[in-house]
Design a protein around this ligand. Structure first.
Ligand SMILES: Cc1cc2nc3c(=O)[nH]c(=O)nc-3n(C[C@H](O)[C@H](O)[C@H](O)COP(=O)(O)OP(=O)(O)OC[C@H]3O[C@@H](n4cnc5c(N)ncnc54)[C@H](O)[C@@H]3O)c2cc1C
Length: 300
């Protein structure tokens, strides 16, 4: 047993698990085990776990709700941290909102819309946590999280608390420039005053649009590729004949070409091979090299 494993086991008890399979913690339902998995309930615990991993020079990965991940069949080396109950509160004061990183993005959208606060409606139907949404600069229907973020709080690789301004986060299209190993604990937003009924109607409209476009009830990780400038990945993939293309248990959705679905028992290697095949075909067909939006995680 490594020193870190010993420390995590004695400190976190049943909230620590060695060789914890990750498939059931991802929306794709794919992925091998994390060497060391720990649930932390508050910031002090997170700091302690991070400092211990840093001392032992063990890499750390923060798992959000697992809705944008393709975890390798071989799993993830090092320590995987998941944020628990102490990171799930929402505080609203006037136009200012503070959300824990483990709050479900959809719950945050609902809470602010019910207060008549405007700026996060685009998030209706984006699964995942607020922390994951921040890291991915999640967006839809012309909106993105970056526009309403005021301040981001987190814990560094070394285990120290740190706050970052919006500029320091380095938001770009579906990514941020956060330092490797920085774990977000809470996010502050500045929203605008809106009209509750109008916001409710907007959210209902986005809900209906999403339901009509996306494959429902079958495991997936949302859009596989980012939209290239001035185009749509789905259109390029469909044009290259990839809709419905299948490898083992994985296939491009017949409903939306930019979604890969797990038809049952798909392996990460199969999804990855489909991704690479699609990139080559689209490049051949249209000259565009697609960039994955889904994060490939772990030991490939
Ligand atoms: C059906 C479906 C529809 C989707 N639609 C959209 C959409 O319209 N728009 C969109 O942008 N995305 C969409 N997604 C993708 C996904 O929901 C978002 O990227 C989401 O924000 C990811 O959040 P998560 O908590 O699941 O993060 P995860 O998938 O768990 O992790 C994503 C990344 O964030 C990091 N991370 C997570 N939490 C933290 C934290 N607290 N601190 C530091 N790092 C952290 C992880 O390490 C990883 O690098 C969709 C996914 C699905 C399955």
């Amino acid at each position: 047993m490594s020193r870190l494993e010993e420390k995590l086991r004695s400190r976190f008890g049943a909230r620590f698990a060695p060789s914890r399979p990750l498939a059931d913690l991802t929306s794709f339902r794919i992925g091998g085990p994390a060497d060391l998995f720990v649930d932390v309930e508050n910031e002090a615990e997170l700091q302690e776990a991070m400092a211990a991993a840093h001392r032992e020079n063990v890499p750390v990965f923060c798992l959000g709700a697992g809705t944008n991940l393709l975890v390798s069949d071989r799993g993830v080396r090092g320590m995987v941290v998941r944020l628990g109950a102490g990171f799930r509160s929402i505080a609203i004061e006037g136009l200012h909102v503070v959300s824990g990183a483990a709050v479900e993005f959809g719950d945050l959208v609902e809470a602010v819309v019910e207060r008549g606060l405007e700026g996060l409606e685009f998030g209706e139907g984006i699964p995942g946590s607020v922390g994951g949404g921040l890291v991915m600069n999640a967006g839809a229907f012309g909106g993105e999280i970056a526009r309403v973020v005021a301040l981001v709080h987190g814990v560094t690789r070394e285990g120290a608390a740190r706050s970052l301004s919006k500029d320091e986060v380095g938001f770009a299209y579906r990514r941020t420039a956060l330092a490797q190993g920085f774990i977000i604990t809470r996010v502050e937003f500045d929203l605008a005053q809106g009209d509750r009924e109008r916001l409710r109607a907007k959210v209902a409209d986005l809900h209906a649009k999403r339901a009509a476009r996306q494959p429902l009830g079958v495991p997936n990780a949302g859009s596989i590729f980012k939209n290239p400038p001035g185009n749509f990945a789905g259109r390029l993939l469909e044009g290259a004949g990839l809709k419905g293309a299948r490898l083992g248990g994985a296939a491009f959705s017949p409903q939306h070409a930019n979604f890969i679905v797990n038809l049952g028992g798909a392996r990460a290697e199969e999804v990855r091979a489909l991704i690479e095949m699609a990139r080559s075909k689209v490049k051949e067909q249209s000259g565009v090299w697609l960039e994955p939006e889904v994060k490939l995680v772990g030991d490939w």
